[in-house]
Write a protein that binds this ligand. Structure first.
Ligand code: GLN
Length: 308
């Protein structure tokens, strides 16, 4: 496998090989804060389980991690409530958009998986039930998991999410009608909108997700985040559901479990080897980073480090 110099050179090589034709996609504009981001930003950070770091470009810039955070809220809910959460949310790929309402009606208010919006909202409902101060405790969990104290919500983004979150309100009321939201809608969505507003850099993301590459223990902080068995489960769900209706495409091209967000970030895990975060704000039509998907495909191809 690769040594220190290789990863660094491989990142440079990949980026220099990009053609003008690869510069596609649109920055998310549903809230002003995301629309203002420089579309040309590109950051890459890879951390190995042996604690070696390799980075490229804007890897220390904080950005809105959006749905990537759904992996961390799921981890906390699993830790607190265990397998009972699977009574309220499934583990099947959705094959539809992240904010789709259609499946929910057929499946009686049980979301297909915890990474589509409806599923992440059910996870927030569970956290609101189980925690005294859900926003604070979730943030503390993420800080502890990553070892990065500066990680925070963006109140500007959380406010904008709320102002434009009509579809998320619709999903939540719909699920409440089916009896799958136990709390009032407002506190549940307040937690959800804050979850989406978390800002982190590629370096911080790679570090925060490293526990998924090393059996549930973050080798940097020595923190046991979750058991090896649950680590396997979270990685499996990322593999099947991390990219909504493009999960098959990501598995096909990159061959790693991963999770994307509409801020243009993607995290991918090679169990036993590394975690990698890429950030490029322009999104494809499925709401996944156009260039981020290409970078990760090239990384696993060039290093021959797909899990398949
Ligand atoms: N804040 C976005 C939403 O709730 C998150 C979507 C995403 O990153 N895929 O719709």
């Amino acid at each position: 496998m690769t040594n220190a110099t290789d990863y660094q050179n491989i990142f440079r090589e990949i980026v220099s090989e990009f053609k003008i034709a690869d510069d596609c996609g649109e920055v998310a504009t549903y809230i002003p804060e995301l629309g203002k981001v420089d579309p040309e930003k590109l950051g890459i950070h890879l951390t190995t389980v042996q604690k070696f770091h390799y980075s490229f470009g804007d890897s220390n810039d904080k950005f809105s991690i959006q749905s990537i955070a759904k992996v961390l809220s799921l981890t906390l809910a699993l830790k607190i409530m265990g397998k009972d959460i699977w009574k309220r949310v499934g583990v099947e790929p959705s094959g539809s958009a992240f904010n789709s309402l259609v499946q929910l009606e057929y499946e009686k208010g049980i979301p297909r998986n915890p990474f589509i919006n409806a599923g992440a909202i059910v996870i927030c409902d569970i956290l609101v039930t189980c925690l005294n101060n859900p926003k604070l405790e979730l943030l503390e969990f993420i800080r502890k998991t990553s070892g990065v104290e500066s990680i925070d919500y963006s109140s500007k983004i959380a406010d904008s999410e709320k102002l434009t979150g009509f579809r998320n309100y619709a999903l939540t009321y719909f699920m409440k009608d089916f009896g799958n939201i136990y709390n009032e809608v407002e506190p549940v969505l307040d937690l959800y909108f804050h979850l989406c507003s978390i800002e982190m850099s590629c370096k911080e993301l790679a570090q925060a997700f490293l526990f998924l590459a090393s059996g549930g223990v973050n080798p940097i902080t020595n923190e046991t985040v979750i058991s090896p068995r649950r680590t396997k489960r979270i990685n499996s769900i990322m593999q099947m559901c991390g990219f909504y209706d493009e999960a098959g495409e990501f598995a096909f091209r990159t061959g790693l479990p991963g999770k994307s967000g509409v801020g243009g970030g993607i995290v991918a895990i090679h169990p036993g080897k590394y975690s990698i975060a890429v950030w490029s704000p322009k999104l494809n039509i499925n709401g996944n980073s156009y260039k981020g998907m290409k970078v990760l495909e090239a990384v696993t191809t060039k290093t021959m480090s797909s899990i398949f």
